[in-house]
Design a protein around this ligand. Structure first.
Ligand code: GLC
Length: 418
């Protein structure tokens, strides 16, 4: 295998998806700047172009709202072929944005970019610090429930149609959303995307949030969907730890961030589903666990939780499939190896799990996961996601975050860690 060639190809994908100061996840299917995709892109750029890495993060934050929220999409310029676009979200600011957020990994990736070149990065880190803090404050003010991070729309999780949301989504009435034309299935086989009944409900939630003017207090009290997402809690805890590290480095106060970390650690305990014996999401409206063992449950190590209880699940699952941790437990009756977040394996989730494993001392597991992801991408290409059964490519091709994690983690030439 010619890994130099594959490294080159990964850099080329970042270049081709580069729109100047931000990167699209992939051409066609996703023509705007997505929040956590961009954070991964910045990490990818940090391997060879620190200037461009910082530009990626700084451009993302041009979409930051006055209340601190960083939206899941920034619509820098109108693109045809995407739905729901800026007209549907109807957010009155420039650049236009969506009205919901996404996994807050920007602090983590900003730290990685900074560590890659501290001398150059110092002034950028200083600039970003306050903006990162205000996004984290927004989460703490509006989105913590018993120390767990709550989402008000499945798209906020980054795992759009995961099994975790099924029961809570059943509470959402999607029958009045009117006619619309989905664009995602113009680009990708419908069997690899969420179903129509899910999409109706996603739109109903967009309309609910929009029609109350994105009033978080109103959404908390009356919104039909409110789930504490185990993935969000782990990623936010990790991001708070990285922010704390940055605060120390830049000589800022640490008490507030330390308080958040303490609260989030309590939230992590609340996420433990004792009956099923794994970390799980919680439907805040009913208090019930979602009973879903997804790839997000394995982000515990990335959050710095030294917990060996998840290892037995890990070993069972990777013993069954060959390419890392699939987005849903293969023994779950809803498992579907090609349908998006209901079974496929995603390279960037493998990367986060692998880094977490390495950092918590599970080095053999970590290295095996890295090798498996390396083989997957080297043999099948830089796809959005893959079948965990045979590695068959799925979703969109030439994907930014798959290229990014190749350069930072999966390639034999990558440093493999932060
Ligand atoms: C899908 C994914 C989400 C990602 C976006 C752009 O909506 O579920 O995680 O950010 O595509 O790649």
């Amino acid at each position: 295998m010619n890994y130099d060639k594959i490294d080159k190809k990964a850099r080329k994908i970042l270049q081709e998806n580069d729109r100047g100061l931000y990167t699209v996840p992939t051409k066609g299917l996703y023509p705007y700047q997505w929040n956590w995709d961009s954070a991964f892109a910045a990490w990818g750029f940090s391997t060879h172009d620190p200037r461009r890495a910082w530009a990626e993060i700084e451009t993302l934050f041009t979409g930051q709202w006055d209340n601190g929220m960083v939206p899941h999409i920034v619509f820098h310029k109108q693109a045809i072929g995407y739905f729901p676009g800026p007209d549907i979200w109807n957010v009155e600011r420039v650049p236009h944005t969506s009205g919901i957020t996404q996994p807050p990994i920007a602090a983590t990736m900003a730290r990685a970019v900074y560590e890659a070149d501290k001398h150059y990065g110092r002034v950028h880190m200083e600039l970003m610090y306050g903006r990162l803090v205000s996004w984290h404050r927004w989460f703490v003010k509006y989105r913590l429930h018993e120390g767990m991070v709550v989402i008000t729309h499945p798209w906020e999780s980054g795992r759009d149609n995961a099994v975790d949301w099924d029961a809570a989504l059943a509470n959402v009435d999607g029958s009045n959303v009117g006619e619309y034309h989905r664009r995602d299935i113009d680009h990708v086989d419908p069997a690899m995307r969420p179903k129509k009944e899910d999409y109706d409900r996603y739109l109903a939630l967009v309309q609910f949030n929009r029609d109350c003017g994105y009033d978080e207090d109103h959404i908390r009290d009356h919104g039909p969907f409110r789930v504490a997402d185990v993935g969000m809690t782990f990623l936010f805890l990790r991001a708070c730890r990285d922010l704390l590290h940055i605060a120390v480095e830049l000589d800022h106060g640490v008490d507030e961030i330390e308080g958040w970390i303490k609260t989030l650690k309590q939230g992590v305990e609340r996420h433990w589903n004792p009956e099923r014996g794994h970390y799980d999401s919680v439907d805040v409206r009913t208090g019930a666990f979602t009973n879903s063992l997804s790839s997000a449950s394995f982000l515990c190590w990335f959050a710095g939780i030294k917990d060996d209880r998840m290892l037995a699940h890990y070993d069972r699952i990777v013993g069954q499939v060959g390419f890392g941790i699939p987005s849903n437990d293969p023994k779950d009756p809803h498992f579907n190896h090609l349908r998006y977040w209901r079974g496929p394996v995603w390279g960037m989730v493998n990367a986060l799990i692998g880094i977490g494993l390495a950092e918590t001392g599970h080095t053999v597991h970590a290295e095996r996961l890295r090798k498996q992801t390396q083989k997957l991408i080297a043999e099948h290409g830089f796809w959005e996601y893959f079948s965990p059964l045979d590695g068959a490519p799925a979703g969109g091709p030439q994907f930014t975050w798959t290229a990014a994690i190749w350069l930072t983690w999966a390639s034999p030439h990558a440093k493999g860690r932060f």
